[in-house]
Ligand binder design. Structure first.
Ligand code: NAD
Length: 497
C-alpha cells in the first residue's frame, strides 16, 4: 500500500466523494487514474478522494495560466478589486458548508476555529481588493529638462503557488490568491495533499465569483512531483511558497533565478522577564502554544523564563492547559482539535521523547490523548528543564507543546534565544518598556509581539523571516504582499518633440 503524507493512494474512488482539479475552464480528475484517500483526523471517517496529478497535468495547468495571463492583467485595478470582493461574498455565503469540510479535513474544531478561519479567508480577499486601490507608485524628478520619469506596478505574470495544510482556507486566500488576483497575476496552485478537498471548494468559490477561466488553476497531488514541476517550469515567472524550511530550501534551488516569496518555519522564542505577571503571561503563552493544536508557523515554540518567575509561570501554564477541551469536533465546548496528519504527530512524539531522554520533565500531557476518535489527538503538554541541544529547542515541533527553559541573566537568555536557526516571530513579556524595546530591536526575527503571544497577527501587518535565518524571504501582509507579487516598471518619456 503506497502512502503520501500518511494518505493511501487508491486506484479507484467513489465518484460522489471525488474532489476535482481545475485546469483552464475544466474540472477534471487528471491523467493518472490514481487518487489520494482523505481520512478525517477529527472523526476518522473517509472524507473523500482527490486526484493524484502527474507532471503532465501540472504542465497543462501552467499552459492554461499562460493563456489566461492577459485576461487578468488586462482588467483595471478597480475591476480586479471588485472581483476580490465578489470572491469574499461567495465565501461568506457558503460559510457553514466550508467550515464543516475544513473541520473534517483539517481537524480543527468547527465552532472554536473553523468558522473563524473561513471568515478570515473572505476578509483576506477583501483586504487585498481594498489595498490595491490605494497603492500608489512614484514619479521622479530628473536632471534632463526634456524628460519625465515615473513608475507603475505590473503583475509578475504566472505565479507558482504552493501552500501547507495548517490554515488551508485562510492562508492561501490571505497570502496569495487574494493578492495575486488583486495584482493581476495568473496562478497555478498546488495545495497540501491532506487538505486538497478544501482547496477544491475554495476554487469553486473563485469560479462562482466570476474569476476568469485559467486565472487560478488547481493541481492536487504530491508536492515533490507536481509542486516541483510548477516551481521548475519555464512557464511560471515567480514562486510563492509557504511550508517547511527544508522544502523552502529545495524550492529555492529548483526555482533559482525566479522571484521568490517564501514563508517558512518558525521556532519563536518567548522571553519572560522577572517583572511579568505570571497569570496573564501564561494565558497568552498558552494561546500561542495550543491554538490550532500548535500548528502555526508563528506558534510559541519555546518559552525562556527568568528563574524568578519560572515556577509560578509553569504552575499557571499547567492550569491553563488543563482548561483545554478535546472531543467531538462539532461540539461548541471543544477548543482544540487533533494534529492534521500522522507524520506530524510522529514528529511531536520524537521531539518529546528526545527532550525527556535529555532530562526534560513533563509537567502535564506528554503524549497522544486516549479515547478520542483518532490517535492524532495530542494532549496539551507542558515540559520543563528542556536542554538547548534538544529537538524541542532547536527545531520547530508544530504541536501543542509548551517547552520551558530557565535563565538567570540576560546574556544567558540571549544565548538561548540564538540557539535555533529559525527567525520568524518572538514575544517578550515584561512590565518594563525599555527592556521590551531592547529585546525587540535585538532579536533576529521578522515580527516581535510585546506582552502578546507569538502568533498574534493582523493581515495587513508585514511578517516574514529575518535575513540570515531559515524562516523565509520577503514579507506577507496587506500592501507588502501586493508589492511582492508585482513588478515595478519605470517609464521615461522624452517630451522635446
Ligand atoms: P511542507 O514543506 O512539507 O509542505 C508544504 C507544501 O509544499 C505542501 O503543499 C507540499 O505538498 C509541498 N511540497 C513538498 N515538497 C515539495 C517539493 N519538493 N517541491 C514543491 N512543493 C513541495 O510543509 P507542511 O508540513 O505542509 O507545513 C508545515 C510547515 O509550514 C511548517 O514548517 C510551518 O512553519 C510552515 N508554515 C509557515 C507559515 C509562514 O507564514 N511562515 C505559515 C504556515 C505554515
Amino acid at each position: 500500500m503506497r502512502t503520501i503524507k500518511g494518505l493511501t493512494v487508491a486506484t479507484h474512488c467513489d465518484s460522489a466523494m471525488a474532489g476535482r482539479m481545475r485546469i483552464g475552464a475544466d474540472w477534471e480528475t487528471g491523467t493518472s487514474g490514481e487518487f489520494l484517500e482523505i481520512m478525517s483526523p477529527a472523526t476518522g471517517e473517509r472524507v473523500g478522494y482527490v486526484p493524484l496529478a502527474t507532471r503532465e497535468d501540472a504542465r497543462r495547468a501552467v499552459a492554461a495560466a499562460q493563456a489566461a495571463r492577459e485576461r487578468i492583467a488586462g482588467l483595471s485595478v478597480w475591476e480586479r478589486s471588485r472581483l476580490c470582493g465578489a470572491v469574499a461574498d461567495v465565501i461568506d455565503s457558503r460559510r457553514e458548508e466550508l467550515a464543516r469540510l475544513l473541520c473534517l479535513e483539517q481537524g480543527k474544531p468547527y465552532h472554536a476555529e473553523a468558522l473563524g478561519e473561513v471568515a478570515a479567508a473572505a476578509t483576506g480577499f477583501r483586504v487585498a481588493g481594498e489595498q490595491i486601490k490605494w497603492l500608489e507608485s512614484a514619479s521622479f524628478p530628473v536632471e534632463d529638462r526634456n524628460k519625465r520619469a515615473f513608475s507603475f506596478l505590473q503583475p509578475k505574470g504566472v505565479f507558482a503557488v504552493i501552500t501547507p495544510w495548517n490554515f488551508p482556507m485562510a492562508l492561501p486566500s490571505i497570502y496569495y490568491l487574494g493578492p495575486g488576483l488583486a495584482t493581476g497575476n495568473a496562478m497555478v496552485w498546488v495545495p497540501a495533499p491532506t487538505t486538497s478537498l478544501v482547496a477544491t471548494k475554495l476554487t469553486e468559490c473563485l469560479e462562482a465569483a466570476g474569476v476568469p477561466d485559467g486565472v487560478v488553476n488547481l493541481v492536487t497531488g504530491d508536492g515533490p512531483v507536481v509542486g516541483d514541476e510548477i516551481v521548475a517550469s519555464p512557464g511560471t515567472d515567480a514562486i510563492a511558497f509557504t511550508g517547511s524550511s527544508e522544502t523552502g530550501q529545495a524550492i529555492a534551488t529548483r526555482g533559482a533565478g525566479k522571484p521568490l516569496l517564501l514563508e517558512l518555519g518558525g521556532n519563536g522564542p518567548t522571553i519572560v522577564l522577572e517583572d511579568a505577571d505570571p497569570r496573564i503571561t501564561a494565558e497568552r503563552i498558552a494561546a500561542g502554544c495550543f491554538t490550532n493544536a500548535g500548528q502555526i508557523c508563528t506558534s510559541t515554540e519555546r518559552i525562556l523564563a527568568h528563574a524568578a518567575i519560572h515556577d509560578a509561570l509553569v504552575e499557571e501554564l499547567v492550569r491553563v492547559a488543563g482548561k483545554i477541551r478535546m472531543g467531538d469536533a462539532f461540539d461548541a465546548a471543544t477548543t482544540m482539535g487533533p494534529l492534521n496528519n500522522a507524520p506530524s504527530a510522529a514528529k511531536v512524539d520524537q521531539h518529546l521523547a528526545d527532550a525527556v531522554a535529555r532530562g526534560a520533565k513533563v509537567m502535564t500531557g506528554g503524549g497522544r490523548a486516549a479515547n478520542l476518535a483518532t490517535p492524532l489527538h495530542y494532549q496539551p503538554t507542558v515540559v520543563t528543564s528542556v536542554t538547548t541541544d534538544s529537538l524541542l529547542n532547536k527545531e520547530e515541533t508544530f504541536g501543542p507543546v509548551a517547552p520551558v527553559l530557565r535563565f538567570e541573566t540576560e546574556d544567558e537568555a540571549r544565548r538561548l534565544a540564538l540557539s535555533s536557526r529559525l527567525g520568524l516571530s518572538a514575544s517578550i513579556f515584561t512590565a518594563t518598556i525599555r527592556h521590551a524595546f531592547r529585546w525587540a530591536e535585538w532579536l533576529k526575527v521578522g515580527i516581535v509581539n510585546i506582552n502578546e503571544m507569538c502568533p498574534y497577527w493582523e493581515m495587513h501587518i508585514p511578517a516574514g523571516g529575518a535575513a540570515g535565518t531559515r524562516s523565509g524571504l520577503g514579507r506577507t501582509g496587506g500592501r507588502h504582499t501586493l508589492l511582492e507579487m508585482s513588478d515595478l516598471k519605470t517609464v521615461t518619456i522624452d517630451i522635446s518633440r
